[in-house]
Every structure is written in structure tokens, then in C-alpha cells.
Design a protein around this ligand. Structure first.
Ligand code: COA
Length: 385
């Protein structure tokens, strides 16, 4: 990559409702320590009926456009596992809600929790070629697992929007990357299902194997040595998975990697839950917002999407990253969520799943500016206040 290209802005958004996992534990007779310590999760974000991956994506991206405008944005990559249509990109709805120009191409990327990493790489490569352009990459997901399954406590929802540009204010994306693709049945969601089929233990093993192989490929392609990486961000289906992955990498590279390297990266994810393809970038936002010592430092990014694709890459943090941060707004969004009890959360679990043959009107209940309004003649309708 000739020009310095990377993250010029990063903004995250989550839902308007929240469930305390201690309440879920009490309702299901599970020791709350399993969730807090075993999984490393404290809360889960719950979508209101008028919130979905489209409204979350728009909510994450709007502050980016308010701060930086739309000039030069010719690409929107929207990555999601929980897309709302088999054909139309959720990004086209987001494009309209945000008022992006018609000269901005839009496409949806899918590979479980990995998709946004591919979007980020593709965006950066194209900006390196045409540095006067900018690209928007949005990762957005509602992680919905079957009720009463082992994965129930790891659900969550949220979106991360990234502005990719030359001379980035937050972090440069370094050129080397390491990739590993392997056909594994660890987590997948057939077209007729609203929740995935998942072999949780197998997915943990597949994640660890994938990261080890991607690490080797990263080194083979000129990636930094393990000792030259100052912090790590991992995909976090639950935050303890980051610790498992760090330990796996330490073993694989025969080094000591202290958990201090990942602590800040779990700050938001433990309060939001799994956000599939956005989870790695919530980890990054948590790190950037809670670590004052990152200027000039290298962050190792570890992406995994079941099925599976793994990628290791690195970011070099810009000197002025603190002034580009959005920590106060993110914290305000988390604290503004309305608590729901287990009964309400369970009633909402399938509330957003409709067949396309019914005309449905969804009442506006969430306070944000973007709303899913229902289905009309088979088409999803969205509104901006
Ligand atoms: N106090 C403290 N810790 C406890 C505990 C308690 N009372 N009870 C259990 N734990 C710990 C376990 O020891 C385990 O930790 P470890 O993995 O470090 O040994 C952890 O909590 C989870 O317990 P476990 O019994 O393994 O959970 P589970 O079988 O019910 O489900 C998953 C865990 C991750 C398999 C499940 O949530 C899942 O399927 N998630 C979706 C898939 C996923 O996220 N995969 C990750 C890779 S993408």
C-alpha cells in the first residue's frame, strides 16, 4: 500500500433495550458467575421491535457523516450475518436513510462474523489506489440464538461504522495480513432459520485453529513479530473468548502474552453481547476509548467468522487518536438503554421475525432517529425522524 490508509473515524451504536444477565441467570437457575466470569458477559443489548440491523447501521454511521460530510464517499460496504433480505443489500436501505449520494456503490458482505474485515481490507485497497476517495464500512448484526440454548446468554446487537480514508486520524491499516479459510460446520444459519445451528465447543476449537493458521500466514507475508504487537483486539462472541484466543496465540508462538493486552478491548462487548461481524470493531472502539497510551502503538487485529474464515492484520495508531474518539457518546448510548426483564426480553426475542406475505405496521418505540416501520407489499419500510 503506497498511501497511508486506514480508519479516519469509528462510531458504534447499540439497541435501546438491555437485559442484565444476572436476571437471566436467576430465571434459568444458572449460577450468575458462569455468565460474569465463565463467559465474561454482564449484559445483553436487546432490539426493540422497530430496531434491526438496518437501523443500527444507520445509527452508527450518522455521527461519522455529521463529523466528516459525504464528499468523496463512493463505496458503502455493509457486512452482516443477519441481513434482512436474500437479494437486496441492507446497505441500500441505510444509503437512503443517511442520504448518501447516488454515486455511492452499495454491497452487502457475508461470512458469519468475519465479513467486515473483508470490507475493511477491500475499502483500504481501493483508497490506496484512489486516495481522494473515502469509503464507509459498516458492520451490523443482531445475534439471535435459540432460547434456552447454551448460547442464549451470549446474544447481543450492535453496529460499527468506519470511515476509511488516506491520512487517517485514528489508525493506519498496515499492508500485511494473514488468512486461513477452512470448511467447518461450527455455526451456520440455513435460509429457513432465524437462529443458527451451532456446535459451540467445535466453534471454539475452529476459532483457535483458524487464528493459529492465520498467524502463520501473517508472518509469512511480512507481518510484525509477536513481540512488536502492543495490544490485541479479537472477535469476541463472549469476552472470555478473547482471553482464550490470546492464550492460544501465546502457546502457538511460544511467548508470554499478559491479559493486560486485551482488557480494555472487552469494555463494550461485555455490556452489549455478541454483535457478530461488528464485535471485533466494538473491541477496537473499547480499546481506543479506554487506553491513553496507544499513540504510535501497533494493534494486532484477530478476526474469525465461523464456517470459517480467519484473518490477522495490524493497525498502527495515529498520534491524535484521542481527539478523534467517541468514548463519551458510546458510554452515553450504553447508559441510556432501558432495562427489560426476562419476560419482556423473551417476548421480544422473535418479535422482529415476519413472513413477507403479511402487511405489518410496527409501532415506533425506540428513541433513536431510525425506525423499522413494517412490511408493505412484501417490502420492508424504514423511516428517519
Ligand atoms: N462459575 C464460573 N465459571 C463457570 C461456572 C461458574 N459457576 N460454570 C461454568 N463456568 C465456566 C466454564 O468453566 C467455562 O469456562 P472455560 O471455557 O474457560 O472452561 C465457561 O464458564 C462456559 O461454560 P460451559 O459449560 O463450557 O458453557 P456452555 O457449554 O453452556 O456454553 C458456549 C458455552 C461458548 C459453547 C456457548 O455459549 C455457545 O455455544 N456459544 C455460541 C458459539 C460461540 O460463541 N462460539 C465461540 C467461537 S465463534
Amino acid at each position: 500500500m503506497s498511501a497511508r490508509v486506514g480508519l479516519h473515524d469509528l462510531s458504534v451504536a447499540t439497541t435501546s433495550l438491555v437485559l442484565e444477565l444476572d436476571d437471566l441467570a436467576a430465571a434459568t437457575g444458572i449460577d450468575p458467575a458462569k455468565y460474569r466470569l465463565g463467559l465474561g458477559q454482564q449484559q445483553m443489548s436487546v432490539p426493540a421491535p422497530d430496531e434491526d440491523p438496518v437501523t443500527l447501521a444507520a445509527a452508527a454511521a450518522e455521527p461519522v457523516l455529521t463529523r466528516h460530510g459525504m464528499d468523496g464517499i463512493r463505496t458503502l460496504y455493509l457486512a452482516t450475518e443477519s441481513g434482512v433480505d436474500q437479494s437486496k443489500s441492507a446497505g441500500v436501505f441505510v444509503h437512503r436513510l443517511l442520504g448518501l449520494p447516488s454515486t455511492c456503490r452499495v454491497v452487502e458482505l457475508k461470512q458469519a462474523c468475519y465479513g467486515a474485515t473483508a470490507g475493511l481490507r477491500a475499502a483500504a485497497d481501493s483508497i490506496a489506489l484512489r486516495p481522494d476517495e473515502r469509503a464507509l464500512v459498516i458492520a451490523t448484526d443482531v445475534a439471535r440464538y435459540q432460547l434456552d440454548s447454551p448460547a442464549e446468554a451470549t446474544q447481543g446487537a450492535g453496529a460499527a461504522a468506519m470511515l476509511v480514508a488516506a491520512d487517517p486520524a485514528i489508525a493506519e491499516l498496515e499492508a500485511p495480513c494473514g488468512i486461513s479459510t477452512a470448511d467447518v460446520d461450527d455455526f451456520w444459519r440455513p435460509n429457513d432459520r432465524s437462529t443458527p445451528l451451532v456446535d459451540g465447543k467445535r466453534s471454539i476449537d475452529a476459532y483457535l485453529d483458524g487464528v493459529a493458521a492465520a498467524w502463520d500466514d501473517f508472518r509469512l507475508h511480512g507481518g510484525a513479530e509477536i513481540g512488536q504487537i502492543d495490544r490485541f483486539c479479537h472477535h469476541q462472541p463472549f469476552t472470555r473468548m478473547a482471553a482464550k484466543a490470546l492464550a492460544g496465540l501465546a502457546e502457538h508462538t511460544s511467548t508470554q502474552l499478559a491479559e493486560d493486552l486485551i482488557v480494555a478491548s472487552t469494555t463494550y462487548n461485555r455490556r452489549i453481547g455478541n454483535t457478530y461481524t461488528a464485535s471485533l470493531f466494538f473491541a477496537l472502539a473499547g480499546l481506543l476509548d479506554h487506553d491513553d497510551e496507544l499513540a504510535g502503538k501497533r494493534i494486532g487485529m484477530v478476526s474469525y467468522g465461523s464456517g470459517s474464515v480467519s484473518e490477522v492484520f495490524s493497525l498502527r495508531v495515529a498520534d491524535g487518536y484521542r481527539s478523534a474518539g467517541r468514548g463519551a457518546a458510546t458510554l452515553a448510548g450504553l447508559n441510556a438503554r432501558t432495562p427489560v426483564d426476562v419476560e419482556r426480553y423473551r417476548a421480544l426475542h422473535d418479535a422482529g421475525i415476519f413472513g413477507s406475505d403479511a402487511n405489518i405496521t410496527v409501532e415506533q418505540t425506540s428513541p433513536g432517529p431510525f425506525h423499522f416501520c413494517g412490511i408493505e407489499e412484501g417490502a420492508r419500510r424504514y423511516r428517519r425522524d
